[in-house]
Ligand binder design. Structure first.
Ligand code: NAD
Length: 248
């Protein structure tokens, strides 16, 4: 089950955290994975080398998803080189937190450029080869915050909620071409993004997680693997929550 032999997958922000876990999980199931990075080429290379050392197939590709033109060009090039593109995981994302009264327009712009426009550029470029092949999987990485909101995360929540509307719309648009589009909404996952949280905040969050622990990047990757697989062929326009029951 969940075999991806012969498939090509692009994972944006694949050099660490959830993206790296997705790349490793998909490569383990036989996919050729393209690990995107924007900074930290070394880390992306390490992910690819780990995959190759285990007998998997991987390459790295540097592009900034906030630069739509460069992103679309890079994705087009990858699809052309391999003659196919089966899986697009739009995972790259940033968080800039702050109370509404202190929210700066430039931060809002940065968040939307990366989390929303970036994800859209990836999906737009990926749908072209997928439509032609009449098969494909697009997976957006949203967040529990996009569904339930959070103090100090208005702007981040807006970007992650936007991804849910985008998922449902693109799912309807490309269903006739057999391209499925789904979102994953992770809860509190132990990665570099959450390392910065202070202990009081962590304690508060943990109190609100019925499974009483933080999640792992591997647990999110397992959801992405399922959505990417043939077994999920009849699943589209859905939000798969990986949140320990934090939001039900
Ligand atoms: P992370 O900060 O470790 O990883 C984010 C990755 O995105 C990094 O590799 C970063 O370099 C890359 N990235 C950022 N801007 C980019 C750009 N412009 N172009 C290309 N790559 C870019 O954090 P993570 O926790 O692994 O986050 C992955 C995704 O999961 C994000 O979209 C995040 O919002 C989402 N998420 C995380 C959590 C969590 O608790 N960690 C919860 C819900 C959702």
């Amino acid at each position: 089950m969940f075999k991806l032999d012969g498939k090509v997958a692009i994972i944006t922000g694949g050099s660490r955290g959830i993206g790296a876990a997705c790349a490793e999980a998909m490569a383990e199931q036989g996919a050729h994975v393209v690990v995107n990075y924007v900074r930290g080429e070394d880390k992306a290379r390490e992910v690819a080398e780990r995959i190759i050392a285990k007998g998997g197939k991987a390459e790295i590709a540097g592009f900034d998803v906030a630069d739509s033109e460069a992103t679309e060009k890079a994705i087009e090039g990858i699809a052309k080189k391999h003659g196919r593109l089966d899986i697009m995981v739009a995972n790259a994302g940033i968080a800039i937190d702050g109370l509404l009264l202190r929210l700066k327009d430039e931060d809002l712009q940065k968040l939307f450029d990366t989390n929303v426009r970036g994800a859209l550029a990836c999906a737009r470029a990926a749908t072209r080869p997928m439509m032609k092949a009449r098969t494909g999987r697009i997976i957006f990485v949203s967040s529990v915050i996009g569904e339930m909101g959070n103090v100090g995360q208005t702007a981040y929540a807006a970007t992650k909620a936007a991804l849910l509307g985008i998922t449902k719309s693109i799912a309807r648009e490309y269903a006739s071409r057999n391209v499925t589009v789904n979102a994953i909404a992770p809860g509190f996952i132990e990665t570099d993004m959450t390392h910065g949280m202070n202990d009081a905040m962590k304690e508060y969050v943990l109190k609100n997680i019925p499974l009483a622990r933080v999640g792992t990047a591997k647990e999110v990757a397992a959801a992405a693997l399922y959505l990417a697989s043939d077994e999920a062929a009849y699943v589209t326009g859905q939000v798969l929550r990986v949140n320990g029951g934090m939001y039900v």
